[in-house]
Ligand binder design. Structure first.
Ligand code: 5AD
Ligand code: SF4
Length: 432
């Protein structure tokens, strides 16, 4: 989500003359797009701002702005914490960037804009694909109404609002015309897409509409809330062939007691039933998840239940986090805080187990034939290309540069923890 927000910022600033640079020293404008989902992310922002502030001592004309969740949270307080800031803009105010910068250029001073809007101002900004990209993000909704007990997002991104389907379709058609072949539909809880539109359209019907757009070969989405994952949507994995065989379905915990404290609205049993159904509909579907350890009140027994659930489900991969207390959330007031060292112990043990499962899943793909969308050169070797399977695994293989942007078939020769090695069989389709 944040990556796409940054793409939209760049798209808004291009018409007023700003170009991206990798060299901070050359920049006339530095924008920091911040995250505050966990404390660590917020700390990183302060240390980065400390370094950037030094550039302003050398170049007083430099404009420094901060956006995103941390900016939304702190508002004017950000100026007090970081003296060199020119402006602070919130999650609903991205579209105002050109005006904010023009104001600062005209009359130096400190600006803060963090008001929430009742309309979808920022998410419709079209970000043209850069540097031959073949995959793009498309925001289909903003905000979240779920208020999971640990999470700041509903406070910082506002209430859930779905984007009208016509706007989404138009944007995807434009992206397809620019060479995009794969779209990832973005929202905090894409499964509740349509609820605020009041026209009966739901996420499954949106996917089917997108499936009809020519040029688009692959559709992905993130993130799904397990409570709202409907059987209609699960059936899309059988009915819509462009829908990739991957779902990111954050479970957060394997203990029903902790799930209730987290206000997640489902039980482990309900979650597992949906996983079973997904696997019945699309046997090879890759299921990835998010898990938090050390939520307040999580006992060794609750933690063990998470481990037991992982053993039963065997996720393809998991993003796991130590619980991080966030100001203003319901969990902040809960008793039974878990010691940092205990959280770390649980996290490391869980990650070791998940690594075993990930490797096991990857190894099961050896000798199989996989269709890849070739994204570009491999990071590992100058002579290799990199593509992704429908299940979102990275595959490195030998091939000519002209295959970039195309669908190819490979045979998997070797599995590693974070990637696979493949051998080109044949090109499936020139999708240009
Ligand atoms: N502490 C730790 N992890 C968190 N997440 C969200 N809020 C917190 C928090 N306060 C994790 C959840 C979510 C992912 C994006 O970040 O697992 O799914
Ligand atoms: Fe946060 Fe829960 Fe909303 Fe996800 S669904 S953004 S975890 S409140």
């Amino acid at each position: 989500m944040n990556v796409h927000d940054s793409e939209q910022m760049a798209a808004l600033l291009a018409p007023v003359g700003y170009k991206m640079t990798d060299n901070l020293k050359l920049a006339d404008l530095i924008l920091l797009n911040t995250c505050s989902i966990r404390e660590k992310a917020a700390h990183k922002v302060y240390s980065k701002l400390g370094r950037i502030s030094k550039l302003k001592e050398q170049n007083p004309e430099l404009i420094i702005g901060v956006g995103g969740c941390l900016a939304q949270q702190l508002g004017t307080k950000f100026h007090k914490k970081v003296g060199h800031l020119d402006f602070v803009f919130g999650t609903h105010n991205i579209y105002r960037l050109p005006q904010l910068i023009a104001t600062i250029k005209k009359k130096r001073g400190k600006i803060t804009e963090v008001d929430f809007h009742k309309s979808l101002n920022s998410i419709g900004v079209f970000a043209p694909p850069q540097g031959g990209a073949i995959s793009a993000f498309v925001t289909i909704m903003q905000g979240c109404n779920n208020f999971c007990a640990y999470c700041v997002v509903p406070y910082l991104r506002g209430p859930e609002m779905s984007r009208p389907p016509e706007d989404i379709i138009e944007e995807i058609k434009k992206l397809a015309d620019c060479g995009i072949r794969e779209v990832t539909l973005l929202g905090q809880n894409v499964n509740s897409y349509g609820k605020t539109l009041g026209n009966g359209l739901n996420f499954a019907s949106l996917i089917k509409k997108i499936g009809k757009i020519s040029g688009i070969k692959r559709i992905r989405f993130t993130t799904s809330h397990p409570r709202d994952l409907s059987y209609g949507l699960i059936n899309c994995f059988a009915e819509e062939e462009k829908l990739c065989e991957h779902i990111h379905l954050p479970v957060q915990s394997g203990s029903n007691r902790i799930l209730a404290l987290m206000n997640r609205g489902y039980t482990v049993e309900e979650y597992m039933q949906k996983v079973d159904h997904l696997r019945k509909i699309r046997p090879l579907i890759s299921i990835t998840s998010d898990i938090i350890v050390g939520f307040p009140g999580e006992t060794q027994n609750d933690y063990q239940e998470t481990i037991d659930m992982m053993e039963k489900i065997r996720f393809d991969s998991v993003f796991s986090f130590k619980y991080s207390e966030r100001k203003g959330t319901a969990a902040q007031k809960l008793e039974g805080k878990v010691e940092e060292c205990e959280k770390l112990r649980r996290l490391e043990q869980l990650q070791m187990l998940q690594d075993q499962h990930t490797l096991e899943k990857n190894t099961a793909m050896e000798s199989s034939k996989q269709e890849l969308l070739v994204e570009g050169k491999s990071k590992n070797s100058e002579n290799d290309l990199m593509g992704r399977t429908s299940s979102w695994r990275i595959v490195n293989f030998k091939g000519e540069l002209e295959l970039i942007g195309k669908l190819v078939d490979v045979k998997i020769s070797k599995a590693y923890l974070h990637s696979l090695r493949g051998k080109l069989i044949k090109e499936v389709g020139n999708v240009n």
